[in-house]
Design a protein around this ligand. Structure first.
Ligand code: OGA
Ligand code: MN
Length: 215
């Protein structure tokens, strides 16, 4: 279990800058179990292409990942425990930053070599605007810069400053969904993550897709 107060750096960074990059959100054994599970699910073919037939052809070029939605009914302890940690963080964010986060939706994501996710915002183009905070927890052992696949966060500001974040195991990135354009740069090796969103209350019972770009 997370120690009381261990979310403080995340809370501070979100409050000051609107984003946070941190290590050690889950214990080493927990993150290893989650990484192993994601790899197994991917190898067994449970992850499906995120782009759907409903999308326009030009959108199909925008993202090359495959996903599997996760929920609290999972049979896997590593998923249940991770969602419980997200829920603990959600409560702290509600208390300390007066956010009105009601739930988290999340999925495993897999990018094969060559895949990207072009610059986008994590909001539906014409749908409900429930996504408040985006989160990505990376699951890749031994990632080096030459492996590519960085998350590029476009920081708002006069100079179009960018922050490139390697998807290295155990790293957690959080950012305000409506504020930061971001992209996944081309990856040179298999890239796994657990991606999700803290949302305000929604009348939708099921998430439909991981986000149609609004650009
Ligand atoms: C997404 C996304 C970033 C990443 O799935 O919407 O932006 O680093 N993912 O995987
Ligand atoms: Mn995104």
């Amino acid at each position: 279990m997370t120690q009381l107060g261990s979310f403080d750096p995340i809370v501070n960074d979100l409050s000051l800058r609107g984003y946070s990059v941190s290590e050690g959100f889950l214990s080493t054994t927990h993150i290893a179990a989650l990484a192993k599970l994601a790899l197994t699910r991917q190898r067994e073919g449970h992850l499906v292409q995120a782009r759907t037939g409903k999308m326009k052809p030009e959108i199909e070029l925008l993202r090359g990942d495959s996903i599997e939605w996760l929920d609290e009914h999972s049979a896997e302890a590593s998923v249940i425990d991770c969602l419980a940690e997200f829920d603990a963080l959600r409560r702290i964010l509600n208390q300390q930053l007066f956010m009105n986060l009601h739930e988290v939706e999340s999925h495993f994501a897999f990018y094969p070599p060559g895949a990207v996710y072009r610059k986008h915002l994590d909001r539906f183009a014409n749908g409900p605007q429930h996504r408040q905070l985006s989160l990505v927890l990376y699951l890749n052992e031994g990632w080096i810069n030459a492996d590519g696949g960085a998350l590029r966060l476009h920081l708002d500001g006069p100079t179009d400053e960018r922050l490139d974040i390697s998807p290295t195991i155990g790293r957690l990135v959080l950012f305000v969904s409506s504020r930061f354009w971001h992209e996944v740069l081309p990856t040179n090796r298999d890239r796994l993550s657990l991606t999700g969103w803290f949302r305000t209350r929604s009348h939708l019972s099921q998430p439909t897709d991981a986000g149609t770009p609004t650009e």
